[in-house]
Design a binder for this molecule. Structure first.
Ligand code: HEM
Length: 324
């Protein structure tokens, strides 16, 4: 839908498949995910060590956003000094998206591209060669398309891994912590130490009930019929993940809590060729975040009025939380 280069989501067919083949290993490879897990634990433990408990925090800003930024920076090998700039950018990006002001949104997007361009420039020696072993340098050297990626392609890929993800991940932490604070039985269930697959299905189910990633837009490239609805070529289709995740035709108890029963119908991370390649990474980040917070505390409870995020986002903008 966008006028701008969007890799890989703006592509289709063979071209899309080629870019997914290039991108997916960075996000899904088992060994890579294992090393990210150790690093994410360190980040969360350090964040918690700075909080003298008991404490009252605002979960999305004080915990979720900081954790998302620090894990991303270390994963991509970006300069640690960027943290305040990235946190300020996330706040402004949310405000710009909520305002519906396209000019402001475009300006904020350009500001993020400048951050990425700065990281690319830092890695180039006199011959333009990035020698480092960090993910950003490896992507710059990647020639599996039969040529190195052009700068605009690098920026688009890295923007998709960061700009979109940082905000969504922070909002996901708000949804999960709000649910745990409101539901002591669920909190006790997770504190008891569930096996990883069952723990992840609980996280998926909480996001099914309240996903921060509400919708995407698509344009039909050919005439088709979907669930009896005629969709002519060129039609703009609003894909509402939240509605689909509560559709009684596919989810037997849309308002119930059923991590196991509802898993087959859960499409929080999309479906088909464009399904989210970051699913394993964001589930891992969210699991580590929640486990470490539960390990460091005996009780989480709400400490004031929550505030919902406004469209186009979902979940909570603010979750005041008491940590004991
Ligand atoms: C935090 C929770 C996340 C949620 C709820 C989420 C959700 C989604 C959904 C629903 C789609 C499908 C879009 C479509 O069909 O048009 C998608 C696509 C995508 N996601 Fe995620 N995502 C998350 C995190 C991440 C992370 C951590 C990354 C990468 C670091 C990522 C990278 C992408 C990319 C590159 C696409 C486009 C894939 C394509 O078009 O082939 N996402 N995501």
């Amino acid at each position: 839908m966008s006028r701008h280069l969007q890799l890989p989501n703006g592509l289709d067919g063979a071209e899309h498949a080629a870019f997914r083949a290039l991108i997916d290993p960075y996000l899904m490879d088992g060994a890579a995910l294992q090393s990210i897990e150790g690093m994410a634990r360190e980040v969360m433990q350090a964040l918690l060590a700075d909080l003298p408990l008991p404490a009252t925090v605002e979960a999305v800003t004080d915990l979720g956003a900081k954790y998302a930024v620090r894990v991303q920076q270390r994963w991509l090998g970006w300069q640690p000094g960027l943290e305040p700039r990235l946190l300020a950018w996330m706040e402004e990006n949310r405000a710009a998206s909520r305002s519906g002001d396209r000019e402001w949104t475009a300006r904020v997007a350009r500001a993020f591209d400048e951050i990425i361009q700065g990281e690319l420039a830092l890695r180039r020696d006199h011959a333009g060669y990035p020698a480092g072993d960090d993910v950003t340098s490896r992507l710059m050297r990647d020639d599996r398309l039969g040529r190195p990626l052009r700068d605009e392609e690098l920026v688009s890929i890295l923007r998709n891994w960061t700009a979109g993800d940082l905000g969504s991940l922070a909002l996901c932490t708000g949804v999960v912590l709000h649910a745990l604070a409101e539901n002591p039985a669920l909190q006790a269930h997770l504190r008891a130490g569930l096996p990883v697959p069952a723990f992840d299905r609980v996280l998926d189910e909480l996001l099914r009930q309240d996903s921060p990633f509400v919708a995407n837009r698509r344009r039909a490239t050919q005439h088709t019929t979907l669930a009896g609805v005629d969709i002519p070529t060129g039609t703009i289709v609003h894909v509402n993940w939240t509605a689909a995740n509560r559709d009684p035709r596919t989810v037997s108890h849309p308002d119930g809590f059923g991590p196991e029963e509802n898993a087959p119908a859960n499409i929080v991370y999309g479906a088909g060729p464009h399904a989210c390649p970051g699913r394993a990474l964001s589930t891992l980040e969210l699991r580590v975040f929640t486990q470490e917070l539960l390990n460091a505390t005996t009780r989480l409870s709400l400490a004031g009025e929550t505030e919902r995020e406004l469209p186009p986002g979902g979940g909570y903008a603010r979750v005041p939380l008491r940590l004991e």
